[in-house]
Design a protein around this ligand. Structure first.
Ligand SMILES: NC(=O)c1ccc[n+]([C@@H]2O[C@H](COP(=O)([O-])OP(=O)(O)OC[C@H]3O[C@@H](n4cnc5c(N)ncnc54)[C@H](O)[C@@H]3O)[C@@H](O)[C@H]2O)c1
Length: 361
C-alpha cells in the first residue's frame, strides 16, 4: 500500500507536460523516473521543469522502446491521438500500467487491437477521461442513482469549442493534429460523462455531418458533427461537436438529462455562472426550474487543471495501482466512449445508417 509508483510520460506537448509535471507527479506516492517525446527539445524542457520541482534523476528518451525498457512502472500516454492505441498496447505488453489520453482509438480495428492487448496483460489500464471527475457530473450521477431523476429517457450534450479561425479568418491557421480528424471523433468529453452517470453503454450509433465547413483551411476534416445514440438501457443520447461554429469564445460543454421524475441541465447563456438548472417532481410546490448551485468546480478547487478534475483522475489511477483494483474507467469504458464517434462518422457517409457497436469480448 505504501509502495512508491515509478511514473513516466510519452508525449510532452501542451497537455502531456502539464498533466505529468503538475498532476501525476503531484499525487502522493509517485516518483517521476522517465519521459519520452520524438522531439528532443520537449524532452529537455520537461526534464528542466521536473528539476525545478526537485526531481533531479529523471531519464529522457526520444525512442519509445528504450523508454519502455527503463524502470518506469506506470505510463501516461499523451501523444496526439493517432498514436494512442499503438503506444498504450506496447506499454501494456511491456508489463506497465497505462493511463491513456482520450480518445484511446481512431478506428474500429484499433479498438480490437487495444482490447486484446489490455486483456492479455495484468497491468491496469485506464482512459484519461477527466470530464467524468467534474463536480457537477458527480452530483448528477448521485441524483440519478438516488432516483431523483427517475428513469432517464433522453440526454444530450454539446461541445462548443470554436476554432480561432472562426474569429480570425484572415490569419494563416496553425494546423494541429486535431484539424485532420472529424470533430465527431472527439465526443468522449460529452458521451463519457453521460454514460458514466447512467452506468450505461452505447449499442447503436448514427451520425450526420453538415455539408458546410466554415473553417476549411484551419480544419480540413469536418469540424462539426452530430451523433445520435441508443444505449443498452434504452436511453437516446444526442451529441453535437462544434469546432467550426460561432459561440462564446473558449470552450463550453453543455449537458442535459431528462427523466421521468426530474431533469438537470447545465445553465446556458446569461445563466452560465449559476451552474445548473433543474426541475424535480418529488419537491412539493416547486414552480418550474430552480437554480442548483453545482458546476464543474469542486468547492475551493478553482479553475486549476480542468476545475480540479485532472488531479482527482490522477489520484484514482494511482489508487487503482496501489490497491490492485480495476479502474472504473477501464478499457470497456474507453471503447464505449470512443467507438460511437467513429461509428457516427462512418454512418454520416451512409445517409445516417444505424451502426451496431462491435463486441470484442
Ligand atoms: N483530456 C483533456 O482535457 C485534453 C486536453 C487537451 C488534449 N488532450 C489530449 O492530449 C493529447 C495531446 O494533446 P496536445 O495538445 O498536448 O498535443 P501536442 O501536439 O501539443 O503534443 C503531442 C506531443 O506528442 C509527441 N509525439 C507524437 N507522437 C509521438 C510518438 N510516437 N512518440 C513520442 N512522442 C510523440 C509530439 O512530438 C508532441 O510533443 C491529444 O490526444 C488530446 O486528445 C486531452
Amino acid at each position: 500500500m505504501n509502495k512508491i509508483i515509478r511514473v513516466g510520460c510519452v508525449g510532452l506537448g501542451l497537455r502531456g507536460a502539464d498533466l505529468f509535471c503538475n498532476r501525476l507527479c503531484a499525487v502522493e506516492g509517485t516518483k517521476p523516473v522517465a519521459v519520452c517525446d520524438t522531439d528532443a527539445k520537449k524532452v529537455e524542457n520537461c526534464i528542466k521543469e521536473l528539476e525545478k520541482r526537485g526531481y533531479t534523476d529523471v531519464q529522457g528518451f526520444t525512442d519509445y522502446d528504450a523508454f519502455l525498457n527503463s524502470d518506469v512502472e506506470a505510463v501516461l500516454v499523451a501523444t496526439s491521438y493517432l498514436s494512442h492505441a499503438d503506444l498504450a498496447a506496447r506499454a501494456m505488453d511491456a508489463g506497465k500500467h497505462c493511463l491513456c489520453e482520450i480518445p484511446n482509438i481512431t478506428s474500429v480495428e484499433q479498438g480490437e487491437m487495444l482490447t486484446k492487448a489490455v486483456r492479455r496483460n495484468p497491468g491496469k489500464f485506464m482512459v484519461a477521461e477527466n470530464t467524468c471527475y467534474w463536480a457537477h457530473i458527480n452530483a448528477y450521477k448521485q441524483m440519478y442513482e438516488q432516483g431523483i431523476l427517475g428513469d432517464v429517457v433522453y440526454a444530450e450534450s454539446d461541445y462548443l469549442h470554436p476554432d480561432p479561425a472562426i474569429w480570425h479568418p484572415e490569419e494563416e491557421p496553425p494546423l494541429t493534429w486535431r484539424a485532420y480528424r472529424p470533430g465527431i471523433h472527439y465526443l468522449t468529453h460529452n458521451l463519457g460523462p453521460l454514460l458514466y452517470i447512467l452506468n450505461d453503454t452505447v449499442v447503436e450509433a448514427s451520425g450526420f455531418i453538415p455539408d458546410i465547413n466554415p473553417i476549411e483551411k484551419a480544419h480540413p476534416a469536418p469540424p462539426n458533427g452530430l451523433g445520435i445514440f441508443k444505449t443498452k438501457k434504452g436511453v437516446v443520447i444526442k451529441i453535437f461537436i462544434g469546432y467550426g461554429v460561432c459561440h462564446i469564445e473558449g470552450s463550453w460543454h453543455n449537458f442535459a438529462l431528462y427523466g421521468s421524475k426530474g431533469c438537470v441541465q447545465t445553465a446556458r447563456g446569461a445563466d452560465i455562472t449559476n451552474g445548473t438548472v433543474g426541475v424535480f417532481s418529488h419537491t412539493p410546490y416547486l414552480q418550474g426550474f430552480v437554480h442548483v448551485p453545482v458546476k464543474p468546480d469542486y468547492p475551493g478547487a478553482g479553475k486549476d487543471g480542468h476545475n480540479g478534475a485532472d488531479l482527482r483522475m490522477m489520484q484514482d489511477f494511482v489508487r487503482c495501482i496501489r490497491e490492485d483494483k480495476e479502474p472504473a474507467l477501464g478499457i470497456d469504458f474507453g471503447l464505449s466512449i470512443a467507438l460511437p464517434g467513429i461509428l457516427a462518422d462512418i454512418s454520416s457517409h451512409e445517409h445516417g445508417k444505424t451502426m451496431r457497436m462491435p463486441d470484442f469480448a
